[in-house]
Design a protein around this ligand. Structure first.
Ligand SMILES: CC(C)(COP(=O)(O)OP(=O)(O)OC[C@H]1O[C@@H](n2cnc3c(N)ncnc32)[C@H](O)[C@@H]1OP(=O)(O)O)[C@@H](O)C(=O)NCCC(=O)NCCS
Length: 183
């Protein structure tokens, strides 16, 4: 059954110095470097760690299937001509429809505003062209950079979801819920 959204040709591809494209099989080295980063491992505990070539291959399969099924949209973010990170969302409730977003940046490309611009591009597309009603982000309150991206991308802070995830050390952590909605 096709329970997802119709992504069509995807979002607008360029805004200033930032463009979005689908991931390619030959991006494996970038994925290994980006997803294997210690800050990504810290704040995204479901990311495989260490991150190996097989994880990149599995990600490519998952992202291809997710695009076809309309359940996962994941983009390589290109800033000033180089891949600088990733912005993605997955459909958690196709009836609303509601999506949850995620992002990471290569360590040497952080703090340049690329991810905030890419999040704006993807959220604008989801809310205006896919009729997504609710785009949610969840950030650990201690993840200052991620909270800053959410705030700068126009997300409203909704509150704290308690015991919302398990950290890599096994401890339960709280998450701030942020949303942008169509009304
Ligand atoms: C979260 C992450 C993607 C942000 O990437 P980025 O390239 O720094 O994002 P941007 O440059 O678009 O915006 C970051 C903003 O946060 C601010 N910021 C970054 N680190 C900060 C810190 N420690 N304290 C305060 N502000 C901070 C930056 O100054 C910038 O705001 P500004 O443009 O007003 O100066 C990056 O830090 C990352 O990959 N972290 C690890 C993975 C992760 O946490 N993903 C999110 C899981 S919820």
């Amino acid at each position: 059954m096709h329970a997802g959204l119709s992504f069509g040709s995807g979002p607008a591809q360029t805004r200033g110095a930032v463009s979005l494209r689908r991931w390619h099989v030959d991006d494996a080295a970038i994925l290994i470097s980006g997803c294997g980063d210690p800050e990504v491992a810290r704040w995204m505990p479901r990311m495989p760690h260490p991150y190996a070539k097989a994880d990149a291959a599995r990600f490519m399969n998952i992202s291809e299937a997710g695009w076809t099924e309309g359940t996962l949209a994941t983009f390589a973010v290109v800033g000033d001509g180089e891949v600088v990170g990733s912005v993605s969302f997955s459909v958690v409730d196709p009836n609303v429809p509601e999506v949850h977003g995620a992002y990471w940046a290569l360590a040497e490309q952080r703090g340049k505003g690329f991810i905030t611009t890419a999040v704006l591009m993807v959220v604008d597309w989801a809310l205006s062209e896919l009729q997504v009603a609710r785009y949610e982000l969840r950030t650990d309150p201690a993840n200052t950079a991620s909270c800053a991206v959410a705030r700068k991308a126009g997300f409203e802070e909704e509150g704290l979801i308690r015991c919302a995830y398990r950290r890599r050390d096994g401890e339960l952590g709280d998450l701030i819920s942020w949303s942008r909605t169509i009304k």
